[in-house]
Design a protein around this ligand. Structure first.
Ligand code: CTP
Length: 468
């Protein structure tokens, strides 16, 4: 078997591997083994990183944040050395502070080698204290992590002591603090510790763990083991960049997009200039807002949005069938530019030129998908939104359309060639909302199609939230 030297991989791949390994709680070497095993078995890596849009938002090009890591004096301190690596894998800079007791378990040299930073140990260190270094350590970071947080360190924190560098930093901190307690189960369950932990939580201090399991002391087990470094790193990342709110969580959103192709014969079809960009942007925005999204799209030249169920269709009739099959939904948005007509006498063979002139093409009307769904009795989604692509009398035509189709809202846009909307990246829209017989009009400024999508999704979230 060949040996693989991970250090020789190019930086981007190495970084991706590290990030992936961190997410899966494995060493980089183990992660590589998993990838190779799965590749050899000819299947996509099951535990691979989610697609880019699904990933927690870690900026892989820059450092995410800086953490001051206070290592307390307990046997779990050896795991904190691994924690330094796990944090750095997540683009988090780490500056370590070791208490006096911590230095009985790990050395400042080891922490410094792993963090690539100077390690701090002494409150009265003239080199770092000439400019009140403990204040800098408390403030020049985005988060303070204490791991292991010993019973003694927590007692000091709960009572506001500041007689060494670690406790002085914690008292001077104006940044969030995450504690990873680690101690013997009897100490964890002691009434004094319980009181201190409660007080710290009331003070807004975050905690992770401890876990239950075997203790360092022979034959002892119970709650008191420090959380694993990957768990602590994930909790730190969560505090540094909390996930975005998901106002559409639990909602199913059905969206149509793109043009439809209506066949004339096996090689020719009727189409329109729709790019599908607006519908795809809405699908991505709804997915980012936590919705389960089904996107039924005609032929487009766009990548499927991550985390969205995409159903590709050709004709208006295919689109209608797939839409009906995807119901029920909480919200349906019809952004597709569905062809109004199809060829009635679709040729089975390629139509040939003849001396008789042009072949007669008979057109018949396609089903109106928006109107069909709006008028459903049982499965009508509670919020049905159409689009009105107009080239003149925009608002009047859109008002007529909202009534004719029976939908709740219409996003009206001017698609005259001069606007560049068809196929372009920008859109100027008016949102028409129906409230009984009244139709309100909200005109939005010119925006990118992504901005229109985001704004529409937040309007939907407000509407759905209000009716919850
Ligand atoms: N629509 C649809 N099925 C059709 C035609 C249109 O679902 N067969 C939907 C579109 O997705 C859009 C809305 O109806 O949400 C309005 O589409 P638009 O092309 O503006 O209007 P039409 O109904 O085609 O009417 P007209 O072409 O006369 O303006």
């Amino acid at each position: 078997m060949a040996n693989l030297t991970i250090r020789r991989l190019d930086d981007a791949i190495r970084d991706e591997l590290r990030l992936r390994a961190a997410r899966n709680g494995r060493s980089v070497e183990d992660e590589v083994r998993v990838i190779l095993r799965e590749a050899a078995q000819n299947r996509a890596p099951a535990s691979s990183l989610p697609a880019p849009a699904e990933r927690p938002a870690v900026d892989v090009s820059n450092r995410l944040a800086a953490v001051t890591l206070i290592i307390g004096g307990g046997i779990a301190a050896y795991k904190s050395l691994d924690l330094i690596r796990r944090l750095k894998e997540r683009r988090i800079d780490v500056r370590c502070v070791l208490t006096k007791a911590a230095q009985q378990f790990v050395t400042p040299l080891a922490a410094s080698a792993l963090s690539h930073e100077r390690v701090y140990t002494d409150l009265f260190d003239p080199e770092s204290e000439f400019d009140a270094g403990h204040i800098r350590l408390a403030r020049d970071c985005d988060l303070i992590v204490v791991a292991p947080a010993t019973a003694d360190l927590m007692a000091k924190m709960a009572n506001g002591h500041a007689d060494d560098l670690a406790s002085a930093i914690l008292l001077a901190a104006n940044k969030p603090i995450l504690l990873a307690p680690a101690m013997n189960p009897l100490m964890w369950n002691n009434a004094a510790t319980r009181r201190n932990v409660m007080q710290l939580r009331r003070d807004g201090i975050h905690t992770i763990g401890p876990n239950s399991g075997e203790m360092a002391e022979a034959g002892e087990a119970g709650i008191g083991r420090m959380s694993e470094p990957t768990e602590i790193a994930a909790a730190a990342e969560h505090l540094l960049r909390p996930p975005k709110p998901q106002p559409l969580a639990g909602k199913r959103v059905l969206i149509t997009a793109g043009p439809t192709h209506e066949p004339i014969d096996p090689v020719r079809y009727i189409a329109n200039r729709s790019s599908g960009k607006q519908g795809f942007a809405i699908a991505a925005a709804a997915q980012a807002a936590g919705a389960e999204v089904v996107l039924v799209t005609g032929p487009v030249d766009l990548r499927d949005p991550a985390g969205v169920t995409v159903i590709h269709v050709e004709s208006a009739r295919d689109m209608l069938h797939k839409v009906e099959a995807a119901l029920p939904a909480d919200i349906a948005i019809f952004a597709a530019a569905v062809a109004d007509w199809r060829v009635a006498n679709e040729g089975e063979q390629k139509l040939k030129k003849t001396s008789a002139g042009m072949p007669p093409l008979q057109l018949v009307e396609n089903p109106d998908i928006l109107a069909t769904v709006s008028k459903l009795k049982d499965k009508r989604p509670p919020l049905v939104i159409g689009f009105a692509a107009e080239t003149e009398h925009l608002i009047d035509n859109a008002k007529a359309k909202i009534k004719r189709k029976g939908c709740d809202w219409i996003v009206a846009n001017d698609v005259s060639p001069a606007t560049g909307v068809m196929g372009g990246d920008r859109n100027t829209v008016h949102l028409l909302t129906r409230d009984g017989a009244e139709i309100g009009v909200d005109s939005w400024p010119v925006m990118t199609k992504e901005q229109v999508a985001t704004q529409l999704v937040s309007r939907i979230a407000a509407e759905v939230g209000a009716s919850r």
